[in-house]
Ligand binder design. Structure first.
Ligand code: AMP
Length: 187
């Protein structure tokens, strides 16, 4: 099966994706991680991406779509993908549909982690200490939240009409969210 996990920055997408990877043997596809890797490896696009990420802006659809294509066509990962942080725009959602249909795959489950802004601010403050991410400060977070609302909300509206869409209360404790997701995936 292929899964999308959706939600604003700090909603806990990464944490839940890692749990699903462990329990269901899927591969996590985090576009944030793929982009940070480009920065770490100092690739040509990495230099531009560094600024974009630290400002709380989005990488271009072209860059992200290119990175995602390699993963979707990896035969070892076929029908074992969990998308974390992708798609974030309608253009990316269309690209995903196209790549999946070309590779004879589909999305089986879409989870939306719905979280209050206050909860996110608390979580980001904690993550900043634990992971030391350059984009984890309050002003960048608020920028990322606004960017999310503007660009990603239409994607959410698009997916929320699908029958395999599940809204999860992301303010709950990590293990409560995990068990809710596991329960749906196990049916
Ligand atoms: P994340 O690790 O998912 O929170 O992503 C960190 C940052 O990477 C985001 O704030 C964006 O700047 C960038 N990013 C990650 N995924 C995408 C995407 N699908 N499209 C555009 N930019 C992205």
């Amino acid at each position: 099966m292929n899964v999308i996990i959706f939600g604003p920055p700090g909603a806990g997408k990464g944490t839940q994706a890692i749990n699903i990877v462990k329990k269901f043997g899927l591969f996590q596809v985090s576009t944030g991680d793929l982009l940070r890797n480009e920065v770490k490896n100092k690739t040509e696009i990495g230099k531009d991406i560094e600024n974009i990420i630290s400002m709380g802006d989005f990488a271009t659809d072209e860059i992200v779509n290119d990175l995602i294509e390699r993963v979707i066509f990896d035969p070892q990962k076929k029908n074992k993908l969990i998308f974390d942080g992708y798609p974030r725009s309608l253009k990316q959602a269309e690209n995903l549909d196209e790549l999946l249909s070309k590779s004879f795959q589909k999305i089986n489950f879409i989870f939306f982690l719905n979280v209050k802004k206050e909860t996110i601010i608390k979580r980001i403050e904690r993550r900043k200490i634990l992971e030391n991410r350059a984009d984890d400060n309050i002003s960048t977070l608020l920028k990322r939240f606004d960017t999310y609302m503007e660009t990603t909300k239409p994607v959410l509206d698009f997916y929320s009409k699908k029958p395999n869409f599940h809204e999860i209360d992301g303010d709950k404790k990590i293990h409560e969210i995990s068990s809710k997701i596991e329960q749906i995936l196990s049916v």
